[in-house]
Design a protein around this ligand. Structure first.
Ligand code: P6P
Length: 341
């Protein structure tokens, strides 16, 4: 639903929306507000490059591999550096952690630190860069819980402690979708004026779902419960929802479509190799922020047995099986896994 303006026809920019949200938080100092501004600006800068990724200076691989063992694209590195540099000097953040880096990212000593912790996947879906397919940035914000300039413990908080989370989607248009715990709102970048304008207020999963998103090329590695659940989604049972399959291979794009149209994304644990027994997706950088958003929109996120937001992270790059989307579909997946394994 496009609603870039309020009933009186005024244009609602993300700046105005964040400021108005701040006013509903007693005692808010404006630090989180400004941090969200900084994230929005980082998104605009990254978007300006993803929209021109076909040009030599930003396309292609760097020849390096990241902590995940994945090839680092020039655009990955650009997005990662942009997120860090937009936040390293502001005094709003005590510590950062990026899906692209093995360890936590302290604030340089020459800069002040603040009370928030920022975790981000700077460019999710980057294996799709060469094919001009949607990409995304995913972020989550926590309060610092330790003394001093922050430590790993600050990054390993449960998803229930998330203060704000969201994603940027670099698609046919650039969107910023975020929540501070008071519902989910979507903003579309108007490149003519360089502003994110409110286009999707108060997003909720529809009551009726339409899509399921999973890489069915991995089906032979799934448990019996997941295989049977997938058959249910496809219409093989009397009470099936008979959904259509949609799988982009960029988590943010798949999540966003299912959020607006109703559906579920899942990347189950698979038995292919020991490292993937726990699934492919990252708990801190992908599952927790999207599970937070899903819950704020009336859905939920699960690892197949428990709510993602209740998991105590043990390491920065911990992986997890991930089921996220319309609540009824996620809960049915849990039921099949509980019954059949
Ligand atoms: P597969 C991208 O690399 C990513 O992390 C997510 O964005 C996406 O949902 C998933 O991996 C795709 O993985 O194994 O289906 O290619």
């Amino acid at each position: 639903m496009m609603a870039a303006s309020d009933p009186q026809g005024q244009i609602i920019t993300i700046e105005r929306h964040i400021l108005e949200e701040q006013s509903s938080f007693p005692g808010a100092t404006g630090t989180l507000t400004n941090l969200l501004y900084d994230i929005a600006l980082a998104g605009k800068i990254i978007a300006s490059k993803t929209n021109r990724a076909g040009l030599v200076e930003i396309l292609g691989r760097t020849g390096d591999t990241n902590i995940q063992g994945e090839e680092v694209q020039k655009l990955d590195r650009f997005a990662d550096a942009t997120f860090f540099r937009m936040n390293d000097h502001t005094g709003r953040v005590a510590l950062m952690a990026s899906e692209e880096h093995a360890d936590i990212l302290p604030i340089p000593d020459k800069y002040p630190t603040g009370k928030y912790i920022l975790l981000y996947d700077p460019l999710d879906g980057s294996s799709n860069i060469d094919y001009n397919i949607c990409l995304g940035t995913i972020f989550s914000v926590y309060r610092k819980i330790t003394d001093g300039r922050g430590s790993l413990e600050d990054c390993l908080q449960k998803g229930r402690q998330v203060v704000a989370a969201g994603y940027l989607l670099y698609g046919t248009s650039t969107m910023l979708v975020y929540s501070t715990g008071r519902g989910v709102n979507g903003f579309t970048l108007d490149p003519a004026v360089g502003e994110f304008l409110l286009s999707h207020p108060s997003i909720r999963f529809p009551k009726t779902s339409h899509y399921y998103s999973v890489n069915q090329g991995n089906e032979r590695f799934w448990s019996e419960g997941v295989r049977t659940y997938t058959g249910w989604l496809q219409g093989r049972e009397n009470d099936s929802p008979s959904l259509s399959a949609r799988y982009v291979g960029s988590l943010v794009a798949d999540f966003h479509r299912n959020l607006l149209a109703g559906g579920i994304f899942y990347y189950p644990a698979d038995t292919r190799e020991p490292g993937k027994t726990h699934g492919k997706l990252r708990l801190l950088y992908e599952a927790i922020p999207l599970a937070f958003l899903a819950e704020q929109a009336g859905g939920c996120g699960s690892d197949g047995t428990q709510n993602i937001l209740d998991i105590s992270p043990q390491s920065l790059h911990q992986r997890t099986p991930f089921f996220v989307g319309s609540r009824d579909l996620v809960e049915r997946a849990e039921a099949y896994i509980q019954k059949l394994g």
